[in-house]
Every structure is written in C-alpha cells, then in structure tokens.
Design a protein around this ligand. Structure first.
Ligand code: AHR
Length: 487
C-alpha cells in the first residue's frame, strides 16, 4: 500500500511559530553546571559559558528556553541567584547541593549569547504571589523601585523584558514540592497571574496542566484549574515523555499518543471556554517533551546531597531520533493551538547536547531532526490530509504508518515525513499541482530500520526522491525520518 499527501496553499493550519523549537534548562544534574556553564573550560566565554554548547544551541535553532525548572523551581529562591552573595543551599527536588553561582543574570546573558528567548518559571510550590511579583519587578521594571534598582545595581541597567512566565511546575504531581489540589492551585495561579499582570501587563502566562496524560487527575485537573484561571492566563501546559520499553513497534508510533494528548487538552480547554461563555481561545504550551529511556527518576532518594551529579544522561538511539522527528511533526500539525514547545532538556539531562567536564560537547542522534526541522520548517503550516496504511500497535492501538507535515514559505516548500513501520518501506506520493513550478532543492534522511538501537545516526540524502511533473515521489525506508525541500 502507498501513502499520499496533497499540498495546497489554501489549506493553512497556522503560521510556523518559532516558539515551537524551544528547549529547557533546569538546575538539575549537569544541565547548568558543566553543561551550559563551565568557567575554566577551554571554550568558555568571559562569563563562563561553554562556547561549544552555545555554538551547538545556535546550530540546533533553539528559539526559547524555559528556566530554572522543572521540579527544581518549586523549592527555589530566585534571590539566591542574584548579587554578590550566593548562598549554598539544599535542592530538595533532586537532592543536590545548589551553589547558586549561576542565576538570573547569568541565564539572561546566556540567552543573549545563544540568541534565544527566555521563558521563566516562578515558584508556586514553597512560595507564592509576592515572590512571583518580586521576581517580575526585579526583571522587567525599568527602575525607580527597590527591586528594579537592585537589578541595576547588580549590573543590568536595562530591564530584561521577559514575556513568557510559567506559573509553577507540574503542580498536580505528588512528587512536587508544595504539590496542590486542582482547586488550591487554580486559585493560587489565578491570583498570582492577576497580580503579575498588575506589575507588568505585557506578560504571557502559562498555567500548569497535568504532568502527563497518565495522571489519575488528567482532564479533571485541566478543567478545574482553567475554570479558576481562564481569564488570567494565556496558555495551559502539557508534559510528556516516551520510552521504547521493549516494544519498538509501539514506540515508533508514540507521536500518536502526543497527538491524542494535545487533542484532549484542546477539547477540555474549549469545554471550559463554552461553560464560562468566553470568546478567548486558550493556547497550549507543550513545555516538556522528549524521549526519556528510563522509568521515572527515583535513584537518589537514599543518596547524599551532591553538587551537579550526573543524572539521567541518556544516550539516544536512531529510533529515538525518528520518534523525536515525529514529535516535531505532531507539534507543527497542531500549530493552530500549540504555540510554545520545549524539548526537555538542552544539555546532558535527556538532552540533544552532551558534554564532558573540561572536554568536548557532542550532538546526540535526536539533535539532527530538531536542527533540520527548526531550519527548514518556515512560513505557514499546511494541512496535507495524509492517506496512509494503518499499523496495529500494542500500546497505542491503530496508528497511521505515515506521519507528515508540510510548510510553505516565500522561497519554497518543506515536506517532513516519518515512516513508523519497523520493517516495511513506504511509497509516498505528494501532489503539488497547486504550487506552481518547483524543483527538488535538497533532501535529508535519518534511518533506523537496519539498527534501531545504534547510538549514532547519519543524516544522508533521500536519494530516491524525485519530482515527476507535479508529483513528488519517494520511498521512505522502514523506521525513518525524512525532510524534502523544494524551491
Ligand atoms: O525534565 C526532568 C523533570 O521532568 C522536570 O524537572 C519535571 O518537570 C519533569 O517531571
């Protein structure tokens, strides 16, 4: 059986939002310390940032970076990370010693160097409205108040103007420090959001949705927190991690679950909108997503507190890269509702970029589909109406064998496709008849079929792709991700 797409400029989903190519830096393990920040490293900038990691971050095309957590933020005192006195503290989330050598100013200089937008999280675990407003005043007010003047005294004359703010992290999770019921959190988030808007009306606020769609409170949580905070926030968050867990066939179709998760949150948000009789459309922030090839972290409960321990430094495979490529296709296909997305995390922690302290930094397999998608998905996302054979998966039920998206910009078209079958190649035809004259500009293929668990993945041309009049044809190898650029 073959698969088929139709590309038509009339069928637009939404403009490609650069914020979909976000990442995440948490004070966890070696993401900050010896990840993005390592004074004394041979590549270090004067501020102590690893130059090799900055180069890779730019090469990846990362647009927005969420910070400083994650679970970490729920016990964090932002004041510890500014000014000359940096207290060493216990981090209860990951049982770490936090030296606070890296804090807000360092992060903001790093975002400048990396050319990315900051996305800040406030602590709604151990703290509340006042501390969130204090951090916002410190960050965004030009001066003339105690906290904005303190920022200036600490060396940042200009306000940071941070737009995106997360109202806590995974507050539905019992593991979260200061975990709350939906009603408790909904009320607190609403009051925090209202107060933050009084400090700076220009902020965009993200309400915590569920930590994942398997949470027993999933759905009910979204409904309750949105009911409390609908008017005061702009986004509701989603988090999801996927792993192979002995079933490659299901794993290759994991994006089916991400797709259903997004649709369920959209339906829940729209249901609350209808009940409240509002016109505002709630947007989604998928601010933690990735492959995470291990059961939920539980290793350090008995251990001692340590400084920058090596935590969940997963080595990714070719199959992981195909699945990550499919997640990006899925996020793009939902661009009409998902307007922020952050892969978790950027360096060392389940990350596309790994480093060794004092040594090199390198790209993992999952780096490649991210970088190529971020570079070539431009303009407008098109609804391509794929027709595809179906796969039967043990974990996710029926799944289309083809996952695909296309984008259209002033210079051309990008088609991105995943063949989710572990064993069967797939013949793809894309009808381009409404798009005028095009030629194949370049093609990229990442294949996992032959050795899904290889920890290197070469990106090579999709040599069999051809343009036959206004029909694009390609044979997509089993378990593969492809990107075809036409201009
Ligand atoms: O990204 C690792 C952790 O996963 C984050 O701290 C938390 O938000 C999620 O559970």
């Amino acid at each position: 059986e073959d698969a088929h797409l139709s590309l038509d400029p009339a069928f637009e989903i939404a403009p490609v939002n650069r914020r979909l190519f976000g990442s995440f830096v948490e004070h966890m393990g070696r993401c900050v310390y010896t990840g993005i920040y390592e004074p004394g490293h041979p590549s270090a900038t004067p501020e102590g940032f690893r130059g090799d990691v900055l180069d890779l971050t730019r090469e990846m095309g990362v647009s927005v970076v969420r910070y400083p957590g994650g679970n970490f933020v729920s016990g964090y005192r932002w004041e510890d990370g500014v000014g000359p006195d940096r207290p060493t503290r216990l981090d209860l989330a990951w049982r770490q010693i936090e030296t606070n050598r890296f804090g807000l100013h360092e992060f903001m200089s790093w975002t400048d160097r990396a050319g990315v937008e900051p996305m800040m999280a406030v602590n709604l675990g151990t703290r509340g409205i006042q501390e969130a407003c204090d951090l916002l005043e410190y960050s965004n007010l030009p001066g003339g108040t105690h906290l904005s003047d303190l920022r200036i005294k600490h060396g940042a004359a200009e306000p940071y103007g941070i737009k995106l703010w997360c109202l806590g992290n995974e507050m539905d999770g019992p593991w979260q420090i200061g975990h709350k019921t939906a009603t408790e959190y909904g009320r607190l988030a609403n009051e925090t959001a209202k107060a933050m808007r009084l400090v700076d009306p220009g902020v965009e606020l993200v309400l915590c949705g569920s930590s994942n769609s398997q949470m027993p409170t999933f759905g009910a949580w979204e409904s309750t927190v949105l009911e409390h905070a609908y008017d005061a926030v702009d986004y509701i968050s989603l988090h999801a991690y996927y792993e192979e867990d002995g079933d490659l066939g299901s794993f290759l179709a994991a994006a089916v679950d991400m797709d259903r998760f997004i649709s369920s949150v959209v339906a829940t948000a729209d249901h609350v909108k209808a009940r409240l009789r509002r016109t505002k459309k709630m947007m989604l922030s998928f601010d933690e997503w990735n492959v995470w090839n291990q059961a939920r972290y539980e290793g350090r409960e008995q251990g001692d507190f340590e400084e920058a321990p090596a935590l969940i430094e997963d080595t990714f495979t070719a199959a992981d890269a195909v699945v990550v490529g499919d997640f990006l296709i899925t996020l793009l296909r939902h661009s009409d509702r998902v307007s922020v997305a952050c892969q978790a995390q950027l360096a060392n922690i389940i990350a596309p970029i790994r480093t060794s302290p004092g040594g090199p930094a390198w790209r993992q397999t999952i780096f490649h589909p991210f970088a190529l998608t971020a570079r070539h998905a431009r303009g407008t996302v098109l609804r391509v109406e794929p027709r595809s054979p179906l796969l039967d998966t043990a974990r996710y039920g029926e799944a289309a064998q083809l996952s695909a998206v296309a984008t259209l910009d002033d210079e051309g078209v990008t088609v991105i496709a995943v063949n989710r079958s572990a064993h069967e190649a797939l013949d793809l035809t894309a009808d381009l008849r409404t798009l005028g004259r095009l030629r194949l500009a370049h093609t990229h293929l990442l294949e996992a079929g032959a050795d899904p668990h290889a920890t290197e993945a070469a990106v090579v041309p999709l040599a069999n792709a051809q343009l036959d009049g206004d029909q694009l044809r390609a044979l997509l190898p089993a378990a593969s991700w492809s990107l075809i650029r036409l201009t």
